[in-house]
Unconditional design. Structure first.
Length: 451
C-alpha cells in the first residue's frame, strides 16, 4: 500500500519505521527538513520537506495515488485540515491524530463530517492503558480481548515467587488450570516454551486466560489483585486529565502534582474532585509530604522522560507502590526495561498498534478479520484477536491437525462469549474469536499462520 505520513515527531517516526518494515510504500512530510532527512535515511522511505496542509505538497507526495494519509503533527487542527485536503484531492483513506480534550466529546461528529477513517488520540489511549494497569497492580502490562472477557498479562517473576522452578506442565495442578503461558522473556531472549520448561526468577511471562481465571491465578501466587484505591500523579498534561477522569469514575482518589500555576488552574477547573498540588516533584520533601510512601500507586507523567524514570526509581525505592512511568523516546528502551522501575507506557507504541491494525485490516482478509492487535516484549511478539469468518480454512479442524507455522500458537478461543484455553482436540467454529500469539510479526489473516 502507498501511505503518506504527515508529521515526523515521535509518533510519525515510529509509524514510518513499523509500516515500512511491513513492506508498505511510505512517504513522510514535515516542515522540519532535518527530521525528514533523518527518517528518510533510517527507515529507507521517501521524504518531502514542506507543509502537509498544502495541496501542492500533497500532490508531490502522491496523494492522488495513495491508499492512506496519516496526519500526526502536534496540531489537531492541522491534522484535520491535512485529512480534509487529502480526501478532496485523492479520495484516499485518512487518519488524524486529535488529542485536545475539548474535542473528545465531538470525535464522532468530526469523523463523520470530515469523512475520516479513524481519529487516534495517543494521550487518551495511554490513559486507558494506565487505567487498566491500576485495576491489576501486579502486572507490567495488561491487554484486553474479546470485549474484556479475556486478558493477556505480562508479569515479572521475582525471587521467592511460588512460580520459581515450576515446570509449565505442573502449573494447572499447583495453581489451577484454564491459563496459558505462551511466551517467556529470559535474558532478553524470547522463548515459546513447552511443557517441560521451568520458570525462573527474573523471567517475564505472558499469561493468557479469562479475566476471572487470571485474577484467581494471581491470588493463588500471593500477588495483589485488588485495584489501587488512591494514586499520586506527577505532571498535569492531557494524559493526566484523561486518566484522572477515568480513575475518579472508578472511585479512585486522585492527587496531582503540577509545577505550572496556569496548568494547575486548568486542572482545578477540569477535575474539581481531584486534589491539585502546585510544586516541583523533583523536591523529595514534597513527595514525602504528599504521601509517596502511603499511596497505592504512583504515576510519573511529566513531559520529560529522564524525570519520569528518576521519579519512578525514587518511588520504587521508598515503598512497594505500583509504579507507572510514561516514556516518549524509545532509543533507550532496553536500558529502561533493565532498570525494573515498574510498568513503562510508550504512547507511540500504543498509537502505532492501533494504526497498524487498521492498515492490515484494509488488505483483503479471506478467512478472518483483525479485531485487536497488541505488541509485546519490545515489539518482538504480536498478539492478534481474529474473528473467524465462514470461509476460513481452520473451521472444524482439531488444533492438533492444524499445520501452524513455527512460533505461532492459538492462546485462547472465545465461542458465544465463553473464553477457553484450547487443547489439541479443540475446534474453531465460524464466528469464534481467537487470540493468535506469534514471534512471526506481520500476519494479516489466519491463513498467514498456516504452513
Amino acid at each position: 500500500m502507498k501511505i503518506i505520513i504527515v508529521g515526523c515527531g515521535n509518533v510519525g517516526a515510529t509509524l514510518a519505521e513499523q509500516l515500512s518494515k511491513e513492506g508498505h510504500d511510505i512517504t513522510v512530510v514535515d516542515t522540519r527538513e532535518d527530521l525528514v532527512e533523518s527518517i528518510s535515511n533510517s527507515c529507507d522511505v521517501l521524504g518531502i520537506a514542506g507543509n502537509g496542509t498544502s495541496f501542492n505538497i500533497q500532490l508531490e507526495a502522491g496523494v492522488d495515488e495513495s491508499d492512506l494519509l496519516i496526519a500526526v503533527t502536534g496540531s489537531d487542527e492541522l491534522n484535520l485540515l491535512c485529512c480534509l485536503i487529502a480526501k478532496k484531492a485523492g479520495g484516499c483513506h485518512t487518519i488524524a491524530r486529535v488529542s485536545n480534550p475539548v474535542y473528545n466529546r465531538e470525535v464522532s461528529f468530526i469523523k463523520e463530517e470530515l469523512g475520516l477513517s479513524m481519529i487516534i488520540n495517543p494521550q487518551l489511549a495511554a490513559a486507558r492503558e494506565m487505567s487498566r494497569l491500576l485495576k491489576f497492580p501486579s502486572a507490567l502490562k495488561v491487554d484486553s480481548f474479546a470485549k474484556s472477557r479475556a486478558e493477556l498479562v505480562n508479569y515479572r517473576i521475582e525471587e521467592g515467587n511460588p512460580l520459581c522452578n515450576i515446570e509449565l506442565k505442573d502449573l494447572g495442578n499447583n495453581f489451577g488450570g484454564e491459563l496459558l503461558i505462551p511466551v517467556v522473556e529470559r535474558d532478553e531472549k524470547i522463548i515459546i516454551p513447552g511443557g517441560d520448561f521451568k520458570l525462573k526468577a527474573k523471567d517475564i511471562i505472558t499469561i493468557v486466560g479469562s479475566s476471572a481465571k487470571t485474577a484467581e491465578f494471581f491470588k493463588k501466587i500471593g500477588a495483589p489483585t485488588a485495584a489501587a484505591k488512591n494514586v499520586l500523579i506527577v505532571g498535569g498534561g492531557r494524559t493526566t486529565i484523561y486518566l484522572a477522569k477515568q480513575l475518579m469514575e472508578m472511585g479512585i482518589k486522585v492527587k496531582i502534582i503540577e509545577q505550572n500555576e496556569e496548568q494547575c488552574d486548568l486542572l482545578t477547573e477540569m477535575l474539581p474532585k481531584a486534589m491539585i498540588i502546585q510544586g516541583d516533584a523533583a523536591d523529595k520533601d514534597l513527595l514525602l509530604e504528599e504521601g509517596i510512601t502511603e499511596t497505592e500507586a504512583f504515576i510519573a507523567n511529566t513531559n520529560f522522560d529522564e524525570e519520569n524514570i528518576m521519579l519512578a526509581l525514587y518511588a520504587k525505592s521508598r515503598s512497594k507502590v505500583k509504579v507507572i512511568a510514561k516514556v516518549h523516546r524509545i532509543a533507550y528502551d532496553e536500558i529502561i526495561e533493565s532498570l525494573n522501575v515498574g510498568s513503562i507506557i510508550y504512547p507511540k507504541y500504543i498509537t502505532a498498534e492501533t494504526i497498524v491494525k487498521y492498515v492490515r485490516a484494509m488488505k483483503n482478509s479471506i478467512g478472518s478479520n483483525i479485531e485487536t492487535l497488541y505488541r509485546l516484549n519490545d515489539n518482538r511478539v504480536e498478539a492478534l484477536e481474529l474473528l473467524i469468518k465462514e470461509d476460513s480454512p481452520v473451521i472444524g479442524i482439531p488444533l492438533r491437525d492444524l499445520k501452524l507455522k513455527a512460533n505461532v500458537l492459538i492462546g485462547c478461543i472465545t465461542h458465544k462469549g465463553k473464553v477457553s484455553i484450547p487443547n489439541g482436540k479443540s475446534v474453531i467454529r465460524e464466528g469464534d474469536t481467537i487470540i493468535l500469539i506469534t514471534t512471526a510479526t506481520g500476519l494479516y489473516d489466519i491463513k498467514d499462520a498456516l504452513r
